[in-house]
Design a binder for this molecule. Structure first.
Ligand code: HGY
Ligand code: MN
Ligand code: MN
Length: 447
């Protein structure tokens, strides 16, 4: 078995190699931003034409490195760099090695930013390119995943792609129509996914060595602490619900105020009281970001209003108590106003802690790069939250300007991207060195 003399990792932040790789990541984020369903803004929805052009672009980059690339049945784009084949002088024994997965999501919110999701996919791809360019034989497959439908904009529920990897797709979700009445299953088929073969997407524990999702922080903590990178301890719990107030539509000019059953006034009172509830509970955030008014005509009293509730807190007990209180209050407001209130749909997602060993390795890589690692929890949800319940999963946050995200002003610096690449490469080569079979040393290649 050939031994590779291990060369100590160098502090390569200033290296031309990393600088060029970071520049290319930034260029590619710009190119991906042009793959949009709404010209003039970043908006890339599940199985949309923009997602198709994004996949074509990312696939071309993946295949140009010599990696394999495939679309799984759920619509996730998956690149794979396999260990050297038997007979290759750098071959390592464990052909069926569990994979290191690095990735994030390729879909965006409406009028979103360039980096939420895309940056994590492109950092994973850049690491695979570094492995190829430096001829580093990793003793495990390096898999780069571009998850689909993390934001849940088109089908109103997040994490379809990552939940497919853990076998958690209820049939009802496949039947759910989008705003144009297209069921998810049909959109997936048109996109060349296959709703009848989702079982093939499921990963087994033995398939995954570790999973890392690099992502912008989407908050101000790292910037406030003047830190470029942070290791994410976990993510807050998340309650989502679809609520409905049903009153009575009527003529805006002839119905006296005291006899109205105005569904939008009820919803408005609920939304203001929800804001007051959240302001009164430390660490609680509550949002109504989507409201549907029926019939939504200027001279008709709104008869029905549906709204989406998004409520988050680090402590599950506090989150659930606040959720229950909000739902009770909505019912009271409806009764006081002579309306009907319905809780149409709810989804409770517990807070999650990321894998300590994997996170520890990330932290060591940051320290080895001569940096102070930030440690923080995530107020945002991520595909890693779904996967962390099944596989050793960690997240690396990059500082983002002003903590802004889900907004066109979302921004990261090329220097922080270079730093993230250097740290992630240290993580990869340290993991390789510690998992390579006996007798095989993996060069901690300079980059
Ligand atoms: O909503 C979230 O936290 C994530 O951006 N999907
Ligand atoms: Mn997002
Ligand atoms: Mn995201």
């Amino acid at each position: 078995m050939t031994n590779h003399a291990a060369t100590p990792a160098t502090d390569a932040r200033g290296s031309q190699f990393v600088a060029e790789a970071a520049r290319q990541v930034m260029r590619r984020c710009d190119q991906l931003a042009d793959c949009t369903d709404r010209p003039g803004e970043v908006c890339r929805l599940f199985c949309s034409p923009a997602m198709q052009s994004a996949h074509t672009l990312v696939r071309s980059w993946i295949e140009a490195t010599g990696m394999s690339c495939r679309l799984d049945a759920a619509g996730n784009l998956i690149g794979r760099l396999d260990p050297p084949k038997a007979g290759d002088h750098r071959a390592v024994q464990n052909e069926q090695a569990a994979a290191l997965i690095i990735g994030s999501h390729l879909d965006t919110v409406v009028n979103g930013g360039k980096y939420d999701g895309a940056l994590g996919v492109l950092l994973g791809l850049a690491l695979a390119e570094i492995a190829v360019k430096t001829d580093t034989a990793l003793p495990f497959p390096l898999v780069v995943i571009g998850f689909c439908e993390e934001e849940g904009v088109r089908y109103q529920e997040p994490y379809f792609g990552s939940r497919a990897l853990v076998g958690d797709i209820p049939d009802a979700w496949l039947r759910r129509p989008d705003a144009e009445g297209v069921p998810l299953a049909d959109a997936l088929r048109t996109f060349r996914g296959d709703p009848d073969r989702l079982a093939e997407c499921v990963l087994r524990p033995e398939d995954v060595l570790a999973l890392v999702e690099p992502h912008i922080e989407q908050g101000p903590t790292l910037e406030d602490r003047s830190l470029p990178l942070g290791v994410v301890t976990g993510a807050v719990g998340h309650s989502r619900a679809s609520l409905e107030f049903v009153g009575r539509a009527g003529h805006a000019g002839t119905v006296p105020m005291q006899s109205r059953r105005d569904a939008l006034c009820a919803a408005a009172q609920f939304i203001v009281e929800l804001e007051q509830l959240a302001a009164g509970v430390a660490g609680l955030v509550a949002t109504v970001g989507r409201v549907e008014v029926l019939p939504n005509v200027a001279n008709v009293i709104p008869g029905e209003v549906r709204l989406r509730l998004d409520l988050r807190h680090a402590e599950d007990r506090d989150r659930l108590a606040a959720f229950r209180k909000a739902i009770e209050r909505a019912g009271e407001i409806a009764r006081q106003r002579g309306l009907e209130f319905n809780l149409l749909w709810e989804q409770q997602q517990e807070s999650v802690q990321f894998d300590a060993a994997c996170s520890g390795r990330l932290e060591q890589a940051i320290v080895a790069a001569g940096l102070t690692p930030g440690r923080l929890s995530s107020g945002a949800g991520h595909d890693a939250v779904i996967l962390a319940r099944h596989f050793p999963t960690a997240m690396l946050f990059l500082r983002c300007a002003g903590g802004i995200s889900h907004h066109p002003d979302e921004a990261v610096s090329e220097a922080d991207v270079a730093t993230a690449l250097e740290v992630l490469w240290r993580f990869v080569t340290d993991l390789a060195a510690s998992t390579a079979p006996d007798g095989v040393q993996v060069a901690r290649t300079k980059i």
